[in-house]
Design a protein around this ligand. Sequence first.
Ligand code: ZN
Length: 362
Amino acid sequence: MLTIYTHQGRRIEIILQSELCDPVNMGEHVRAYCHIHGSDHQRSLSINKATGWGHCFNAACNATVLVGEWNPAVAKRLLQLYYQGLFSAAAPSYRPPDQQRKRAPLVSQPVLLHPPKSTARWQQEELAALLSLDEQMRIALAHSQRVQAYLNERKISLEMALTTGVRYLPAVMVNRLEAQKQRGVLRRWAERILFPLVSPFGKGYIGRSLWHWQPGMNENVHKSLLDQPRRPRRWIKTNPAGWFGVEFDELSSSIILVEGTFDLLTLLMAGFQPTEVVALAGTAAQIDWFPPQVKSVVLAFDGDQGGKEATSRLADQLVHTGICVRLCSPPQDTLGKDWNERWRRMGPQGLSSISEAFLNPE
Ligand SMILES: [Zn+2]
């Protein structure tokens, strides 16, 4: 067990699975006797199996724990920050967190840890239903001419979509589901292209509606169609949601961060490697999600107001964590406001600024 304090004075015990005292399985959670305060008559330690985060319900103890093996990405990150001296270890004689903070190096505190809130039952059912259909949705994507026409319109190949785990849920597949409950939870996902998401809290999906999209229909025309009242939402997400890209551990040391899932597919079409690009997909960039091997990041968000704000906020946080940051928004010309639009119109030339930022660090 390793006790660390974040700069905010938060105390976290990183523990190993083998340290759990007589654990029992309780569905989503594991309950164990708390070895931190030494209880042996109540299993007061409750740990979420999916996230590794747990809590001791004994009021005098109130420990926050992370089981390392159950959430290696976050545990690795915490340990790395600890060994870099950005966090303080608990000294043999206990010091209150205030004093710990004074001893810590002068680094602005970017690390915000958010043990996840528990998800609603319908959200759990929704995610489980989608995961159970993953293979069928892959086959549906491979066979749907309509979706292929849509991808073609965006100059994304079917092969690239399949390689990155993109899926399609046709309305007919939802209607054919035997269980009425599953039909209910998945109705809002019908006729959507799905993108798999990764997060420290598990897998998820984000889905883009193709409702009333017709081959030849321009992206902006379809957007305005869906933006009317009482239409399906253009994008919906599961809980947990997350980022679109490879698993955190597989990311390269130098990455490009983009806003949208189609931006990511566009960059891969242009020759970037899957390990080099991450799309936030509408989930805020959590600084503690960046795995330790990432040393440099190109922020390639949209040039609009929202993109600019996200860029400057995140750039500050990344720099404070010691990550090298370069900025590259789509150029302010008339050739396309996002990377996919530029790719459609100009091909590789439309992405030349991003290649320069990525390949030529200063
Ligand atoms: Zn305890």
